[in-house]
Design a protein around this ligand. Structure first.
Ligand code: SF4
Length: 232
């Protein structure tokens, strides 16, 4: 890849890849795509991706995911409407895939939400195993946290978040699908690294914005304008 030329879809206004005006079967021309377009810079990666879809199990999974996406909309006389919150989407998709046992990896701070979600999933016929981040009851000192770095104060016991344990428990519980609910940044990274079963995310943690990190971006022109400055 030429220096300074790397994929930047987030900056692209052409969205040639979406081919919005095209009819089925039309292949979009790359002429109007920017120089940093992935399709111009990394065609081999895109070709390799399509080879992966040729594996029957991958193709079928991708087909079911796209079918689920389709079912999240309805075409009404006044236009296209969305119709499913993610929880319902999760139930429908897990059912489509034929999953029976689901593994919920949740934050201790979202124990109530985890209980509510387990209820919904169980009411829909799934078996749910759940494991929260504090499992193992290992103190934070075990990973080198100093007394002054504990949230509850230097004298307090503080259990470390243990995403690797969550992943190993879920891997060994024979679940068909793992669901992440509200893990912290970094802890989620470790969970993803160690989780060996198919994984989806119901929600990520945002302690300030009701677990909706995008709210800061939506208010980025007003109340969160400070995000444009260098963040300490
Ligand atoms: S793939 Fe190319 S055309 Fe599509 S958004 Fe990225 S840069 Fe734009």
């Amino acid at each position: 890849m030429a220096k300074g030329r790397y994929p930047r879809c987030a900056d692209c206004v052409t969205k040639v890849c979406e081919n919005r005006e095209g009819k089925a079967g039309d292949v979009p021309s790359l002429e109007k795509a920017p120089a940093y377009c992935v399709m111009k810079l990394m065609p081999q990666a895109l070709a390799d991706a399509m080879t992966e879809y040729d594996r029957p199990e991958v193709r079928e999974f991708a087909r079911l995911a796209s079918l689920q996406e389709f079912q999240c909309y309805e075409r009404l006389p006044d236009g296209l409407r969305t119709k499913l919150p993610r929880v319902e989407e999760l139930v429908q998709f897990a059912r489509k895939c034929g999953y029976k046992r689901l593994g919920l990896a949740h934050c201790g701070g979202l124990a109530r939400e985890a209980g509510l979600l387990a209820e919904v999933l169980e009411a829909n016929g799934f078996e749910v195993i759940s494991v929260q981040c504090k499992t193992g009851a290992v103190p934070k000192e075990r990973i080198g946290i100093k007394p002054g770095e504990k949230i509850a104060g230097p004298e307090a016991w503080e259990t470390m978040c243990n995403p690797i344990a969550q992943a190993l428990v879920i891997n060994r519980a024979g679940v068909d699908l793992a669901i992440m609910l509200g893990l912290c940044i970094g802890h989620d990274t470790l969970f993803i690294k160690y989780c060996k079963v198919p994984l989806t995310v119901l929600a990520v943690k945002d302690r300030v914005l009701g677990h909706n990190p995008l709210a800061a971006l939506y208010a980025g022109e007003t109340y969160y304008r400070r995000l444009r400055n260098k963040i300490d």
